[in-house]
Design a protein around this ligand. Structure first.
Ligand code: ATP
Ligand code: MG
Length: 214
């Protein structure tokens, strides 16, 4: 059975750091597709600069010509708050007990994991694949997270594909120091974010005057 590999995020907006990382992940793991899951109502951060629908539209535009990448609208379309735990439980129910599920996130997100709802039970449903991100070297200083990492970490990626859940793996792909924060700032300052994100997404931002575009 094909493992399910997904990347959650606000994607406010989606950018080439997300897309290049997801594509490399797909190739490196040898799976058919990596799925992006934009969050609905965010619980971990300030309100985003546009609506959940618009963030979903932009992810759709970003992956429309790339069969290696997919989008799952469930969190945006759900009326419940976006808790990763609920998504993990739903994915596990849908995929059955033996399908490997790999939840990927950047090191910056991983460092905040101890503030996520019921984070310690995530490994019952999935593996966690952590991607190195420029500016976030190492797993941080939170003792609970360091212990969690020590207890579950594997250096053998085969273990992620050979069992349904339960492992943490940290991987470095091509480092790309692009963030949505930087893109929003450039746009608000009247500067171009071109080449940091797909052209159709930049077009959508201008069309809808998002992030203070003027
Ligand atoms: P913001 O600056 O608004 O937080 P972001 O660029 O971090 O935006 P998110 O939507 O928060 O984008 O990120 C979704 C997921 O993708 C997170 O797990 C994040 O760590 C990861 N990610 C984002 N950008 C990169 C990148 N350049 N390299 C590796 N991982 C990334
Ligand atoms: Mg982020």
């Amino acid at each position: 059975m094909q493992p399910l590999v997904f990347m959650g995020g606000t994607f406010d907006p989606v950018h080439n750091g997300h897309l290049r990382t997801a594509l490399e992940l797909k190739q490196w793991l040898g799976v058919d597709q990596v799925c992006l899951i934009p969050s609905g109502a965010p619980v971990h951060r300030d309100a985003p600069g546009c609506t959940p629908r618009q963030r979903l539209d932009m992810v759709r535009l970003a992956v429309q010509d790339e069969s290696a990448l997919g989008v799952d609208p469930r969190e945006v379309e759900s009326t419940e708050p976006s808790y990763s735990l609920l998504t993990l439980q739903a994915l596990r129910r849908e995929r059955g007990e033996s399908c490997p599920i790999i939840m990927t996130m950047g090191m910056d997100a991983y460092r905040t994991l101890p503030s996520w709802h019921e984070w310690e039970s995530f490994l019952e449903y999935a593996h966690i694949l952590v991607l190195a991100r420029p500016g976030y070297e190492g797993s941080g200083t939170d003792e609970r997270l360091l212990r969690f990492t020590r207890e579950h970490q594997t250096s053998a990626v085969g273990e992620l594909l050979g069992q349904p859940a339960g492992k943490v793996h940290i991987q470095e792909l091509t480092p790309l120091g692009i963030s949505a924060t930087q893109i929003r700032r450039l746009i608000a300052q009247g500067q171009s974010p071109r080449y940091l994100l797909p052209e159709p997404v930049w077009h959508y931002i201008r069309q809808h005057k998002l992030y203070g575009y003027h």
